[in-house]
Design a protein around this ligand. Structure first.
Ligand code: BG6
Length: 456
């Protein structure tokens, strides 16, 4: 029986495929055993179907997936050695696909672009969906050029610029928290909010990814991509619906209004890279001494930038985004700091610090820090926290975005204009760093980063 959808993964032998895409597919098959998918792997390795099925089986098992749907996709999986820069080879690969085709470029961006150029020369199956990983282009102009090329292939709603942070339950839960609770949305503005920060500290170091990371750095790897998407979800106005048009319009409007605070990247950005140190038992060398790193490139492994969202809702509120590698602990949080009350009746003692809402980006957790009367003196305020665990954890992020592609729903994918905006937003910072206007500082691997950076 023919499958309804073919998932064709380009870059079948890559780390992304085995570590994230296949487990995500396994999860979707477990949740919906009726889903009918043909899995086609393609790459330049001399593999046969059995070699590919072994990889698929291992990844499916790592996701703890089993059952007839999972087994049938695994046993029916095929592998075709393909040079995707060659139109004839690409056309032959597409002839192996059946039903609706989702073509996932799990390859380096330069190869993906060449693959898209090859696609321009062949007839594409009706309704084909194209999934592209970040980074999308290397600046605003190259992202625009890539958008132009893609527009010649398929309509925008068949293009999936993947950002797995848009599939993270905590990010999506911000929507429910804001829009389904009257207690938050009315205070979600510069009238009540003092500052917003979004932080994604990792303990991971380079993990053998110098070829990619040494060109990207923390700014492009995390801030230009994932964290600006999170900012958009925090800052957007309530959309009329959560469909692909309304939701992405609202995100795009927030990002169009975003720029570096005061247009001053020198005052409002910091960069640093790690030197030798240890994180628990793990010893890390100087970033500059890692294999594949060119120290002269001055790549940062920790970046912090403060933006502003120039709308009547947010004018004047700093949005600080930070992300880095080789830090002491994995720490990821959206923090909304509220303003102090306009008048605190005289007579209260104790904690009067303004309220803070913390949304942890994994494990998924919400904490609202408030000033509360403790059991003793009724006029003495203590700090109390309302906490809730929510969401389904990390695992679902890739399943969520993969589901979008397989089902033809681009709501969570990054729209073309938004991808260009994200480059426009960070370009002044990148330029100032290239001019060396902002010094490249150092921090010891396993520390919390330079101690004198503006607090978040
Ligand atoms: C990736 C970055 O996109 O996101 C990595 O390239 C980073 O450097 C990762 O570690 C963080 O996301 P997650 O979901 O793996 O924590």
């Amino acid at each position: 029986m023919a499958s309804d959808t073919t998932l064709c993964i380009l870059g079948a032998s890559g780390d992304l495929t085995s570590r994230l895409l296949l487990p995500a597919l396994a999860q979707l098959l477990t949740e919906d055993p009726e889903r009918s998918v043909k899995l086609v792997g393609a790459g330049i390795d001399e593999w046969d179907d059995d070699a590919w099925r072994t990889v698929v089986a291992k990844s499916f098992a790592s996701a703890g997936a089993s059952g007839p749907a999972v087994e049938s996709v695994r046993d029916g999986a095929i592998y075709r050695r393909t040079d995707i820069t060659d139109p004839d080879g690409f056309a032959a690969l597409l002839r192996e696909c059946e039903g609706r085709v989702a073509l996932y470029f799990a390859v380096a961006p330069a190869i993906a672009t060449k693959g898209c150029e090859a696609l321009e020369k062949i007839d594409l199956p009706e309704g084909i969906m194209l999934g592209l990983e970040k980074p999308f282009g290397s600046d605003e102009a190259s992202a625009a050029a890539l958008n132009e090329l893609l527009a010649k292939l398929v309509p925008e709603d068949q293009i999936y610029r993947i950002d797995h942070f848009m599939g993270r339950s905590t990010v999506l839960n911000v929507l429910g928290l804001r829009f389904a609770n009257r207690v938050f949305e009315p205070v979600w503005s510069n009238e009540h909010v003092e500052s917003v920060s979004i932080r994604y500290d990792e303990t991971l170091g380079l993990e053998g990814r110098a070829g990619y990371y040494d060109h990207a750095g923390a700014m492009i790897d995390m801030i230009q991509s994932h964290l600006l998407q999170v900012l958009a979800v925090v800052a957007m106005d309530p959309p009329s619906t959560l469909d692909a048009i309304d939701f992405r319009d609202a995100k795009a409007a927030a990002l169009r209004a975003t720029k570096v605070l005061d247009d001053d990247p020198v005052a409002h950005s910091r960069r640093a890279r790690y030197t030798a140190g240890s994180i628990g038992e793990r010893k890390l060398p100087d970033y500059a001494a890692e294999t594949g790193v060119d120290p002269a490139r001055d790549t940062e492994t920790l970046a912090q930038v403060t933006f502003e969202v120039q709308t009547s809702r947010w004018a004047g509120v700093p949005f600080t985004l930070r992300s880095g590698k080789a830090l002491t602990e994995k720490f990821s949080e959206i923090v909304i700091r509220f303003k102090a009350v306009s008048h605190l009746p005289r007579g209260f003692e104790g904690s009067t610090e303004p309220s803070i809402l913390r949304l942890s980006l994994g494990p998924d957790r919400m904490a609202l820090e408030l000033n509360l009367n403790g059991p003793g003196d009724p006029f003495h305020l203590d700090r109390g926290t309302l906490e809730a665990e929510f969401g389904e954890g990390e695992q679902r992020a890739y399943s969520e975005v993969l589901e979008g592609i397989l089902d033809g729903d681009p709501t969570l994918s990054v729209r073309g204009d938004t991808a260009e905006q994200c480059w426009r937003i960070v370009q002044p910072v990148i330029d100032s760093w290239q001019r060396d206007d902002v010094p490249l500082e150092e921090y010891t691997a396993g520390s919390t980063g330079p101690s004198d950076w503006p607090a978040m």
